[in-house]
Structure formats: C-alpha cells, structure tokens
Design a protein around this ligand. Structure first.
Ligand code: SF4
Ligand code: SF4
Length: 150
C-alpha cells in the first residue's frame, strides 16, 4: 500500500502542475492497460459503484425490459451527493467470469473508469488517489508518474 507516496505525489502535482500532464497520463494509461487485464480483476465492479445518470438508467432499463422506475427500485439508491448509485456490491451485473452482463449498455462512468485518460487530469487528483486503492492499473500508473514528475 503506497498511501503516503500517493498522497505526496498528488500534493506535489497540485502545487505545480507538470507540463503536458494530460499527454503523460494518456501514455501511461495506454501503457498500463496493455499489461493489465481487467477480466482477471474486476475490483472496481466488485467494490465501488458507478454513478447512474438518467440516460444510463433509460438505456439499461430498456435492455432489461423493465421500466426505469423498476430499475431504480431494484438496483439503485441515492448517495450523499444526490446521485443514483448501486444499492449493493458487487455490482449485480457482474458475472462469475468477471464480464459485465450489460456491457454494451453499461453506465458511462463504467466506460470511463478509472478516468486516468481524461483531459484536465489535474482536476481528478483526489479521485485518482482514492482509485489507487481500488484499481491496480491506477497504482501502476502512479508509480510510473512519480518517476517522471518527481
Ligand atoms: S455495470 Fe458492468 S462494468 Fe459497470 S460496475 Fe456493473 S459489472 Fe462493472
Ligand atoms: S479495478 Fe482497474 S484494473 Fe481492475 S477491472 Fe477495474 S479498471 Fe480494470
């Protein structure tokens, strides 16, 4: 666990945003996901919930052939920020083989997780810090990033 190192790295970046940080993160993201196989992990699906936007709820309920209100009642709750999230974990759509049962229609937040290739990465430092304890790919990226920026 690199709690202190990751916190120090985030503090270092927030004090002085390195030049070309988004490009660096995009490269590290690509490099690490060449090595990491999400199908042998699924820790994000097992331990955290994506946010379900209304468009996600509409699309998924259509796929499940239930009404959006039924989907909300069955699977979702409102969190402290007022967003719809899963009632329980692991995610009920996670299959035994670590595949997603609704893969083509999964929430946008699942598609973009762990958000390490997003523009304005410097705005996601706290989230990335938290995700480094969930996602081994993020942890690997931060170790590589530390060598570049510190
Ligand atoms: S919807 Fe699919 S990708 Fe998203 S958390 Fe659930 S199993 Fe994982
Ligand atoms: S936690 Fe990270 S490495 Fe694991 S399945 Fe999720 S995105 Fe992939």
């Amino acid at each position: 666990m690199r709690k202190k190192q990751n916190r120090d790295l985030m503090n270092h970046i927030s004090k002085r945003i390195p030049a070309h940080l988004d490009d660096t993160m995009q490269s590290l993201h690509n490099e690490v996901f060449e090595e990491v196989d999400c199908l042998t992990c699924a820790n994000c699906c097992r331990t955290t919930s994506p946010i379900f936007q209304s468009k996600d709820i509409d699309r998924i309920s259509k796929r499940l052939r239930i009404r959006p209100v039924q989907m909300i009642e069955t699977y979702l709750k409102i969190d402290e920020d007022g967003d719809y999230v899963l009632k329980s974990s692991p995610c009920p759509f996670l299959q035994d083989d670590n595949r997603c049962n609704i893969y083509d229609d999964r929430p946008t937040a699942c598609r973009t997780y762990p958000h390490t290739d997003r523009k304005k990465f410097h705005q996601l430092l706290d989230l990335t810090y938290k995700n480094s304890f969930i996602c081994p790919a993020v942890q690997k990226m931060l170790i590589k990033l530390e060598n570049i920026v510190k």
